[in-house]
Design a protein around this ligand. Structure first.
Ligand code: ADP
Length: 326
C-alpha cells in the first residue's frame, strides 16, 4: 500500500485499573489501515478486540491507561482535546456497536436520533436538510424512508441494526468501526447486514475495522485479518488465505470452530479447543496459548513468541511457524 494510512496504530497498550488490580487488555498491538481497506479483528471473547476498538476513539473508562500511538487521518488521537474528539467521533470515524436495542433511545423517534449528530457536527445542515438526509440514509441501509417516524421498539432486531449503521454514516465518516454488529442477529439477517456493509464499502470507499469472534464472517467483508489472543495479535495476513491455511494453531482452531454461512454441515463441526482464553492479568509463562494448544512443545512454555514472517504478507507468533527461505 502507498500513501499515509488512514489509521495508524503503533505499539498500543491498554490497561484497565480496578481497585484491586491492573488488567493489560491490549498488549503492544500495531497495524495500519489504508483508505478503502477493511481489516477484521478476530478472537474469542475476552481477547481485547473491543478494548482496542474503543481505544481508537477514546471511548474507554476514565481510569484506563492507554500507551502507544493512535493516528487517525494523520492526527494524534491520544493528544486530541475533548471538543475535537467529539467531532472526530462522527465525522472521521464512527462506531456501530452490537445490541442495537440498547444503543438506541427507546423514547425518541429514530429520525431524531439519526439527525442529531448531523445537527451537532455539521452546523451548516438545516433541520429540513437533516430530515431529507435521514430518509436517504435509511434507504441506503435498505429501510423505507417512512420508517424514520418509528420508535426503536417498532422495528425488528435487523432493522434496528440498520438504523445504527445509518446513524454511524450520518456525518460521512471515512472509517467505520463495527463491533460485533451481526452477532445478535439470525443467520439470514446477518448475511443481509454483511452484504450491506460490503456494498457501502464499495460504493462509498469507506474503510472498515470489523470485529467479531466469528472468523467466517470476517472473510466475507475484510481484506486483511488480525487474530487476537490474550491482548496480542498472534496472526495477520490476507483474510481468505488466513481462513484457508492458518499458520497459528489458534487461528486454525477458530477457523474450524465456526459455521460457514450457507454450509449447514459446518455448523456441526466441534471446535476441538478446550478451555477459555486466560485472564490478561495472569498470563501463563511462554506462549499465552500453550495450555490449550495440542501442538505445544517445551519451548512454548518458556518463550513468548513475537510475530514473524510466515509467508509473503503473512505473520504469525508461534515457534512452530517456519520462516520462508529467502
Ligand atoms: P473482547 O472484545 O475480545 O471480548 P474485551 O476487550 O471486551 O475483549 O476484554 C478484554 C479484557 O479486558 C477481558 O479480560 C475483560 O474482562 C477486560 N475488560 C474489559 N472491559 C473492562 C473494564 N471496563 N474494566 C476492567 N476490565 C475490563
Amino acid at each position: 500500500m502507498s500513501g499515509a494510512p488512514l489509521l495508524h496504530i503503533d505499539d498500543l497498550w491498554v490497561r484497565y485499573r480496578t481497585a484491586t488490580r491492573e488488567i493489560p487488555a491490549v498488549q503492544g498491538v500495531s497495524f495500519d489501515l489504508y483508505r478503502g481497506g477493511s481489516i477484521g479483528l478476530a478472537g474469542e471473547s475476552g481477547c481485547g478486540k473491543s478494548t482496542l476498538a474503543n481505544a481508537i476513539l477514546r471511548l474507554l473508562p476514565k481510569e484506563t491507561e492507554v500507551d502507544g500511538r493512535i493516528e487517525l487521518e494523520g492526527e494524534d488521537v491520544l493528544a486530541m482535546k475533548p471538543g475535537r474528539l467529539r467531532a472526530v467521533r462522527w465525522t472521521s470515524a464512527s462506531i456501530v456497536f452490537q445490541g442495537a436495542l440498547h444503543a438506541l433511545n427507546p423514547v425518541q423517534r429514530i429520525s431524531k436520533q439519526i439527525a442529531e449528530p448531523m445537527l451537532l457536527h455539521r452546523t451548516e445542515t438545516s433541520k429540513g436538510a437533516a430530515i431529507r438526509r435521514v430518509r436517504d440514509l435509511l434507504e441506503k441501509v435498505g429501510l423505507p424512508g417512512d420508517r424514520a417516524d418509528s420508535y426503536p421498539h417498532q422495528l425488528s432486531g435487523g432493522q434496528r441494526q440498520r438504523v445504527l449503521i445509518a446513524m454511524a454514516l450520518a456525518c460521512d465518516p471515512h472509517l467505520l468501526i463495527a463491533d460485533e454488529p451481526t452477532t445478535a442477529l439470525d443467520v439470514m439477517v446477518q448475511a443481509q447486514v454483511l452484504t450491506l456493509l460490503a456494498d457501502l464499502r464499495r460504493e462509498h470507499g469507506l474503510s472498515m475495522l470489523f470485529i467479531t469472534h466469528d472468523l467466517s464472517v470476517l472473510t466475507d467483508v475484510c481484506d486483511e485479518l488480525l487474530v487476537m489472543y490474550a491482548g496480542r495479535v498472534v496472526e495477520e495476513g490476507p483474510a481468505h488465505e488466513l481462513f484457508r491455511s492458518a499458520r497459528h494453531p489458534y487461528t486454525r482452531a477458530l477457523a474450524a470452530a465456526f459455521p460457514t454461512i450457507g454450509d449447514p454441515s459446518s455448523r456441526m463441526r466441534p471446535s476441538g479447543l478446550p478451555g477459555d482464553p486466560p485472564d490478561p492479568a495472569h498470563l501463563p509463562d511462554g506462549c499465552a496459548f500453550h495450555p490449550r494448544c495440542a501442538l505445544a512443545i517445551d519451548a512454548c512454555r518458556i518463550d513468548r513468541p513475537e510475530l514473524r514472517v510466515a509467508a509473503p504478507g503473512r505473520r504469525a507468533a508461534c515457534v512452530l511457524v517456519e520462516e520462508p527461505v529467502r
